[in-house]
Ligand binder design. Structure first.
Ligand SMILES: Cc1cc2nc3c(=O)[nH]c(=O)nc-3n(C[C@H](O)[C@H](O)[C@H](O)COP(=O)(O)OP(=O)(O)OC[C@H]3O[C@@H](n4cnc5c(N)ncnc54)[C@H](O)[C@@H]3O)c2cc1C
Length: 463
């Protein structure tokens, strides 16, 4: 060990610092590895808040770039260390500190993996709804830093709706505690929710306090098969308008179902162009009432087939297949670019129709799916041929998708965040005045520009 790594090893012990070239390469990107890499000089795995603070004090003094990292499952390049320096891997801080059934809250370190947290609270009859599909690997810190969502967003909202308080190490190494363990809180500016979604650009989240709900006693899964994408898209808005708020409402095309079928028994019929995968939850009476309403609506909308999945065990195979969809697509195509445009729910039919036309006119395979219940669509460009022409087309398609989403009153990111991938589009959504204001906030937290430089406002360096 030498240089920066040696200094850091002196601060927190050599076992918490990696600097072998193969380790550095593994930390040079996230799921957007095809866009850019940045080689860190050292990877640091702090075991405590105090160790994190020591690393930040050092980085502040020596003006070294620091990029916090959870599992590296991000889809916008958030934890790619564009300016080298230190990658701060939070996964050694993985203790669930408290689950308090009386107060319906829980506290944990930032490196806890979401699935493990779900399992821990559900064993106690409690419920933490946010469910990004990367839940097998992604961390609570990463979820908070990106405002992650998932299928349950339609009924339960997303990560920010559950975060009550945070412990944060600021760029100069000082430690703050924001928010409280109470459901209500009205004390000054809401730093908890400023940090939530800050993508590692304002400080390092070391601990998270969240609120919990009671675990719904009953769940039922249904699959509706539609003759056209358009009909499925129309149904998305209609379900909620008619009074049923499903726990999950996922839009999947036939191509997606074909892949999911390799995980399902019995398989789903390939008779439809589009499918809605729906979960209802609540008391048995509520679920029954919602199921009856859903069946009536499906009849009225001339759905090709509505399959009510008979039991929870089989239902879980559908949701597992849904989680496995993205990794399975990656085993077929060499590259998968998942976009994250979110549109008002009643504009989903326009968005889906327009996307089909774009795919045909630009000559790229662009699938569409997503957590449609809350308008969060994931147009997905898949490629096997990385010719310059295709790369150019993919970039053009992304720009057009973002622009069209905005023209419908949508937003450029519903849940994945901005990182550097979406940074060029910020001006279109926010305008210069808001960007300048956000830059001043960044400056107040991070006057030396050492926290995750090159992201969001490109403060402290190149795009
Ligand atoms: C197959 C697949 C499915 C996905 N599905 C979803 C989905 O349904 N919904 C969704 O929202 N996202 C989804 N994602 C994207 C991604 O998993 C989420 O953005 C997730 O929240 C990232 O968590 P992470 O721990 O991997 O964070 P990372 O990717 O490591 O980091 C993400 C950002 O958070 C910052 N960060 C991480 N930890 C901290 C910390 N402790 N303090 C400060 N900043 C920090 C990083 O600097 C970076 O900017 C998916 C990704 C994949 C690969």
């Amino acid at each position: 060990m030498k240089g920066l790594a040696k200094d850091l090893g002196g601060l927190i012990g050599r076992q918490g610092v990696w600097s072998d070239p193969e380790d550095l390469y593994a930390y040079s990107t996230d799921m957007t590895h095809y866009l850019a890499r940045g080689m860190p000089e050292a990877v640091v795995l702090p075991a405590s808040t105090e160790e994190t603070a020591k690393v930040m004090q050092y980085a502040f003094k020596h003006e070294v770039a620091v990029t916090p990292r959870g599992a590296g499952s991000g889809l916008s390049g958030g934890c790619t260390p564009l300016h080298g320096g230190i990658v701060l891997d939070m996964k050694r801080m993985r203790r669930i500190l408290e689950i308090n059934p009386g107060n319906m809250t829980a506290g944990m370190e930032a490196g806890v993996v979401l699935r493990q947290f779900h399992n821990a609270v559900e064993r106690m009859g409690l419920f933490y709804p946010p469910d990004p599909q990367s839940q097998e690997v992604s961390t609570l810190g990463g979820n908070v830093a990106t405002r992650a969502g998932g299928p349950r967003g339609v009924k339960y909202g997303t990560t920010p709706n559950y975060v009550l308080g945070l412990e944060v190490v600021l760029p100069d190494g000082s430690i703050i505690h924001t928010g409280a363990s109470t459901v209500k809180y009205s004390v000054g500016y809401d730093l908890t929710h400023l940090m939530t979604g800050s993508e590692g650009t304002l400080g390092v989240i070391t601990r998270v306090t969240v609120r919990l709900l009671p675990l719904p006693p009953t769940r039922r899964t249904a699959v509706a098969v539609f003759a056209s994408l358009d009909e499925a898209a129309t149904m998305v808005a209609e379900i909620t308008v008619r009074g049923t708020v499903p726990a999950k409402l996922e839009f999947i095309t036939q191509g997606g179902i074909q892949i999911m079928n390799s995980f399902l028994d019995p398989v789903l019929p390939l008779t439809g162009e589009a499918y809605l995968l729906i979960e209802l939850d609540g008391t048995p009476a509520q679920v029954e009432e919602d199921a009856v309403r859903l069946e009536a609506l499906c009849k009225e909308m001339k759905v090709l087939e509505l399959r009510m999945v008979p039991d929870e065990k089989q239902a879980q195979t559908y949701w597992k297949a849904r989680i496995n969809l993205a990794p399975a697509i990656l085993s077929i195509f060499k590259r998968m670019i998942i976009e994250d445009v979110t549109v008002p729910r009643d504009r989903i039919p326009d968005f889906v129709r327009w996307l089909q036309n774009l795919s045909a006119s630009i000559g790229l395979v662009i699938g569409v799916g997503g957590h449609a219940g809350d308008g969060n669509m994931h147009p997905t460009i898949v490629l096997n041929d990385f010719s310059q022409e295709n790369e150019k087309k993919a970039r053009e398609a992304i720009e057009q998708i973002v622009k069209y989403g905005l023209s419908l009153g949508g937003t450029i990111s519903g849940e994945h965040g901005i990182g550097f991938h979406k940074a060029p589009f910020l001006l279109w959504e926010l305008g210069q005045t808001q960007i300048d204001l956000q830059r001043r906030i960044k400056q107040a937290f991070d006057p030396k520009g050492i926290m995750n430089p090159g992201k969001l406002w490109n403060y402290g360096g190149a795009a």
